[in-house]
Design a protein around this ligand. Structure first.
Ligand code: CO
Length: 502
């Protein structure tokens, strides 16, 4: 179909523009000298505006409309259908937001982000509060413009986890919460004391770098189609399956930070490297959703990276590279230490058991905020109450409390739950992988993740957006998303560690 070819050409141009923007953003975080910040922000804003405009030109000569009606009439093949359906969905969203609205939101959030940095440094929520109020007003407006049937939060969640509704997230996360709170209590009451202080030492950055790179390669990360750099906050970014990069950060007194953030970001990058390069430029060459993306990173960070099996292979190497402190630490003690559970203030530093409670707190707060049930002024109080209620800890200040994350300053409401969904997808996928590959645990003990990666590539990565998140979960695991696999995984793993039955 001739129109489809033209359409694909237009999409390809957009993808190239997006990749160019991605390189600029990567450079901003990794390479740019500090004085470059101001002009770089302008360059990025200008290009982002161009991209938005170009995107709306997709329908010039009613091209998208034509393809949509071809879709309805059944004139497209199934791959074309997936492409048109996905682009029509995003187009529909973008079109409902005027250029003025988009620009205003960009302006308000970039000012807010600057203020947020200072407010966090000074631990002063009242500084940030007027900016956040503006953002919340705009996000409530955005939800109205986009439209919803159940709750305005649906309209925002849809930007990050299409195909998922607030009610479903709410039900599943409530269930996780009901499990986690008493389970955490049990762990805290257990006589076992994992000793995270064992992990402290002195780790030269160059040696950490070499070790992290070796781990990344062992996990299958192709460094000819990627690279590892340093940034303040680790992230991954991809310009094509053949150039998918990650960053990390090295703490001289603790190699764990670099190790586990590298494994996390490698999981993200493996997904990107596994997308089909032939589909570059269409949704069939793109990841499904943030939740599915996070499922891959968490699998490499936790199910593999914090497993006794993987460390059976890797620990002797760690001991050899860093005899101090590891030569004198038994592998079981090391394993307990890296899986140490303790309620803490900071989400990004939390363990597998408490992590989702951090997310659930944010989800409950932002949902109520968007629905107008609470207001910005109430946030520190509600935040602190929930930390006390769910995690049993007192929040000493806003910097370590409500101001810790950048997401709200960015206007990213609806983003947080995708982290927890990622953990649930992950546990469910991994349970299916273990069934499909009965020797998986034995393979991990040899540091061999190749069959697992091939399985993920075949069943998840290579499809791009051909399937939706719920379809892929059903296809890969034979059932819809459930919290059961996550609960089983946590229960099994941490009962062994904390009942001393390892
Ligand atoms: Co991630």
């Amino acid at each position: 179909m001739e129109q489809y070819t033209t359409f694909k050409q237009r999409l390809l141009t957009l993808t190239h523009l997006t990749a160019a923007l991605g390189v600029l953003s990567w450079d901003q975080e990794v390479m740019m000298p500090p004085k470059g910040a101001g002009k770089r922000a302008e360059t990025i804003a200008e290009l982002a505006g161009l991209l938005h405009e170009r995107f709306l030109h997709l329908n010039d000569d009613a091209l998208l409309d034509t393809l949509k009606s071809a879709l309805t009439k059944g004139e497209l093949d199934d791959r074309q259908e997936a492409v048109v359906r996905e682009i029509a969905r995003i187009y529909d969203r973008e079109q409902k937001l005027s250029k003025e609205f988009v620009q205003n939101l960009a302006l308000v959030t970039s000012e807010a982000t600057e203020t947020w940095k200072t407010a966090k440094e000074k631990s002063d929520f009242s500084m940030f509060s007027p900016h956040l109020k503006k953002i919340v007003t705009l996000k409530r407006e955005e939800a109205q413009l986009i439209g919803f049937t159940d709750t305005p939060y649906d309209a925002l969640l849809d930007a990050y986890e299409p195909d998922m509704k607030t009610a479903e997230v709410s039900t599943i996360l409530n269930d996780v919460k009901q499990f986690l709170i008493p389970f955490l209590k049990k762990i805290q009451d257990s006589p076992n004391t994992a000793r995270p202080e064992l992990l402290a030492g002195s780790f030269p950055v160059e040696k950490q770098k070499a070790f992290s790179e070796m781990v990344a390669k062992t996990l299958g990360y192709d460094l000819d189609a990627g690279r590892i750099d340093v940034s303040a906050h680790p992230f991954s970014t991809s310009f094509s399956p053949l150039d998918s990069r990650i960053t990390t950060r090295y703490d001289k007194t603790d190699i764990s930070y670099a190790l586990f953030s590298t494994m996390h970001e490698v999981g993200h990058a493996l997904y990107e490297q596994g997308l089909n390069p032939e589909e570059f430029g269409t949704p069939l060459g793109e990841y499904i959703s943030l939740g599915i993306h996070e499922s891959q990173s968490r699998m490499y960070e936790n199910q593999i990276g914090k497993s006794l099996e993987f460390w059976t292979f890797m620990y002797p190497k760690l001991q050899k590279a860093f005899p101090k402190p590891f030569a004198s630490i038994d592998i079981n003690d090391y394993y307990r230490a890296i899986n140490h559970v303790t309620p803490s203030l900071i989400r990004t530093e939390s363990d597998e058991v408490t992590y989702n409670l951090h997310i659930i707190i944010r989800f409950e707060i932002e949902r109520n905020l968007i629905e107008g049930k609470i207001e910005v002024e109430d946030l520190p109080k509600i935040w602190n109450q929930k930390y006390k209620e769910y995690l049993g800890i007192d929040v000493p200040n806003d910097a370590q409390g409500v101001l810790q994350d950048i997401h709200w300053a960015h206007g990213s409401f609806g983003y947080f739950p995708t982290y927890s969904l990622g953990n649930l997808y992950c546990a469910q996928f991994f349970a299916a992988a273990k069934k499909a590959i009965p020797e998986l645990e034995e393979e991990l003990k040899k540091g061999d993740t190749s069959r697992l990666l091939a399985w993920l590539r075949l069943h998840i990565h290579s499809h791009g957006k051909y399937y939706t998140a719920s379809q892929i979960v059903q296809n890969v695991t034979g059932e819809p998303l459930t919290s059961q696999h996550f609960k089983d995984y946590i229960q099994n793993k941490f009962s062994k560690i904390y009942d001393n039955t390892l």
